[in-house]
Ligand binder design. Structure first.
Ligand code: MN
Length: 750
């Protein structure tokens, strides 16, 4: 390799070291690939490495290291963690060349052929997702999916790329970290999940959380570390009798305990409203069997019966993904049993083959393809995606949301009256099912029978339901049906048919307009129609005809129009009283700087803006917040932990501005605190003493309910900032008999 050109002399001292580091990483990559190399492959990989190294030679990453280390790392993830082959590795090495360097797609094609060029092209198209406008991003996402169904390797390499960027996110600016992390949560983790890449999905979730919820992340990580010793002791105690009994059967196996991810523990804490100490399944036990393919299911059940004769199972917690694997290929048996000291413990049983598919997903699945019936499941999924992308519906932002609910969600199994199994995303309704069977059935649905009981069409289905659809020839899709379905197929079919209906009605409107224009001696020319459409501020001629037909527009104003030949022109202005046109690009509109701002915003220009606090998350000063420029209401401040934050940051990253609170003791903010504790004499008095006596905080409302010796108090108070709130919470916590003190949104628990 040629010595890379170094932009400044500062690096000269390290040049030799850097070169060695690059070669060391490259050799490590070759070692991993070695078992897969066929004659000639080594030269090809080397050629791609040299091409990439040369193309990126003057570039450095944000961290200052040579850029080429990134493609090498991505290639390593592809080869080692996803288990992809030589061609994918070459693509990974080249993945940023066409996008960022002088190398062209033609170069790649000439040197490496069509297959590799096509994948690199796919990777190039999707690399500029960030900072694009929302519709552009959705458009890009559509492209990702088209390429995905074309060749799944594109998305696997893209996931590897994202994983490495997330692993090295530290050197980015905070703003950028938030954008990338939320985009990861929004698009990439569900995709990784759907491709069956559990290990990567989990790591992406944890890394995103580390940047989006740094406090919660650190807190849980620390507590996990502190409780590690106790946990290992417990796991050993739990495993010991099982190990003995499974050994007696002569099966070859591994058994171990594994902590759950920080992100999943955090989810549990949030969902169940419990503390870290109360999350019982901080870990799961895994039994991995080295069984022959024909014997693996029977062996798994054998082990299941050993486990459940040692420990009592919780009957409703048996998950059998052996008989019916998940659509991402996951197979295993999960059960929850009562372990020593009365603790519930989750146990997962699977074969080595199933384990590899569970950890490495699609790539491993291709390795085991023959005879397992998996290919079918992925092919079906890809076909469904292709169907939806192929439909003419133009709204791609909707599409992105629909896609998430339709294709990235968990699925349920339901049955037709004849007993055929159909797979639908969780949350699907009877109407979704009807459209899934056939759009002609969906359009005529008036009701359904689920398990022989009559239900409305919006009824949510559950796994195991048997559904019979009731139709009528008089029925047709309604606008509100769009709220009753979640699958992309049903949505797009309903929209198509609503549009069709609108078109029919619009025909009448077109006729009315024609008559009117003829009366004025003008004609229905495209130019005239466009002029009138714009005059009424409508977006298309279809809208114009439709609004005429339903008598929303009476065309009275047309009388004022001027006619030249058959051409129309706008009425002559009477007096210049026209208000300036309102623009929809509100984010370009200068916002008025407020007088007493208690929020400093670091926008691109460093200006200060007027803002409002978002209703969804009710931030108070001191919270971790970001600003979001809305189309209609100016700047809105959200908490980083807001349930809407991930979506906003991922889809509209360009509208996000960094914000920070400044101190202001004049303005107080309403927030809620929930206190749970022992119903002790005088406890209410002590609580109110602290709030209004010691801390002089105003109480807005207070409700106390007590039952079975416990009380729950909901108190709404006005605080000035988070510091004050924290102080209040910690004082309340220190009271005797108080169990938990938590903040809540003052609007929700009314
Ligand atoms: Mn990259």
């Amino acid at each position: 390799m040629e010595t890379p050109a170094v932009p400044t002399k500062t690096y000269t001292l390290n040049e030799e070291q850097e070169k060695n580091e690059i070669l060391r990483k490259y050799r490590a990559l070759l070692r991993v690939l070695k078992p897969k190399l066929k004659p000639g492959d080594r030269e090809l990989v080397r050629h791609s490495f040299e091409m990439a190294a040369d193309a990126h030679k003057t570039m450095r990453r944000k961290s200052g290291e040579p850029y080429i280390l990134h493609p090498i790392a991505v290639a390593m993830i592809c080869a080692e963690e996803i288990g992809l082959g030589v061609r994918s590795t070459i693509c990974a090495l080249l993945h940023d060349t066409v996008e960022d360097t002088e190398v062209t797609l033609e170069d790649v094609q000439r040197e490496f052929g069509n297959e590799i060029a096509r994948i690199v092209d796919g990777l190039t198209k999707i690399s500029n997702v960030i900072d694009a406008s929302s519709s552009q991003q959705a458009e890009n996402f559509k492209k990702i999916l088209l390429t995905l169904t074309d060749d799944p390797r594109v998305i696997l390499i893209k996931l590897a790329d994202r994983l490495h960027n997330m692993r090295t996110l530290d050197s980015m600016k905070r703003e950028k970290q938030l954008k990338i992390a939320s985009e990861t949560i929004w698009v990439y983790t569900p995709l990784a999940h759907r491709m069956g890449l559990y290990a990567i999905k989990t790591e992406l979730e944890d890394l995103s959380m580390k940047y989006m919820e740094p406090d919660a992340y650190r807190d849980i990580a620390q507590k996990l570390a502190e409780t590690k010793r106790e946990r290992s002791r417990y796991i050993n105690e739990f495993i010991r009798p099982l190990k003995e009994k499974i050994e007696q059967t002569g099966l070859k196996f591994d058994i171990y305990g594994r902590p759950k991810s920080i992100h999943s523990i955090w989810n549990k804490i949030k969902k169940k409203g419990v503390s870290f100490e109360e999350v019982y399944d901080l870990f799961a036990i895994r039994v991995i069997l080295d069984s022959e393919l024909q014997a693996e299911k029977a062996d798994c059940w054998k082990v299941y019966s050993i486990i459940t004769s040692e420990y009592q199972p919780q009957p409703e917690r048996l998950r059998d993904w052996l008989s019916r694997p998940k659509s991402n290929g996951y197979e295993a048996l999960h059960t929850t049993v009562m372990g020593p000291q009365g603790r519930w413990v989750e146990v997962q049983v699977r074969s080595r083959r199933m384990d590899e598919i569970a950890e490495r997903g699609l790539a491993a699945h291709f390795k085991y393809k023959e005879g397992t019936g998996h290919e079918d499941r992925f092919d079906k999924w890809f076909q469904q995606i292709r169907d939806v992308i192929g439909s003419p519906d133009a709204d791609s932002v909707d599409f992105l949301n629909d896609f998430k609910t339709s294709f990235l969600a968990e699925e349920i199994y339901v049955y037709t009256p004849r007993g055929d199994v159909k797979m639908l995303p969780a949350g699907s309704t009877a109407l979704d099912f009807a459209f899934y069977i056939h759009s002609a059935i969906g359009s005529k649905t008036i009701g359904a029978k689920v398990n022989h009981k009559l239900v409305p069409i919006g009824h949510k289905l559950r796994s195991g339901d048997q559904i019979e659809i009731i139709t009528s020839n008089k029925q047709k899709p309604h606008e509100d049906w769009l709220n009753l379905v979640i699958t992309a197929k049903a949505k797009s079919k309903i929209k198509d048919s609503l549009k069709e209906e609108k078109r029919k009605i619009a025909d009448d409107g077109k006729y009315i307009l024609q008559k009117k224009l003829e009366g004025m001696k003008a004609a229905v020319t495209p130019g005239n129609v466009e002029l009138i459409t714009q005059f009424y501020k409508l977006s298309s001629s279809l809208d114009l005809y439709y609004n005429i037909a339903i008598k929303n527009i009476d065309l009275k104003e047309l009388k004022e129009f001027q006619v030249f030949g058959d051409r129309l022109d706008l009425p002559r202005p009477k007096h210049q009283e026209h208000k300036p046109q309102e623009h929809h690009h509100d984010h370009h509109k200068p916002l008025v700087p407020p007088k007493d701002t208690e929020l400093i915003i670091f926008g691109e220009s460093g200006d200060q803006f007027k803002y409002t606090l978002a209703n969804c998350c009710k931030p108070i000063p001191g919270d971790d917040v970001f600003g979001f420029i809305t189309a209609t209401e100016g700047l809105k401040i959200h908490r980083n932990s807001c349930p809407n934050a991930a979506r906003l940051l991922a889809n509209y990253g360009h509208r996000v501005v960094k914000t920070k609170w400044a101190k202001n003791k004049d303005i107080a903010f309403l927030t809620g605190i929930k206190i749970i504790g022992l119903d002790d004499v005088g406890v209410i008095n002590k609580i109110t003493n602290i709030i209004s006596g010691d801390m002089r905080i105003n109480i807005n409302a207070l409700t106390i309910e007590s039952r079975d010796g416990l009380f729950e108090g909901n108190i709404k108070v006005y605080v000035h900032d988070k510091e004050e709130l924290n102080e209040l919470v910690s004082r309340l916590k220190s009271l005797r008999g108080i169990q938990t003190v938590d903040r809540f949104d003052p609007e929700e628990n009314k």
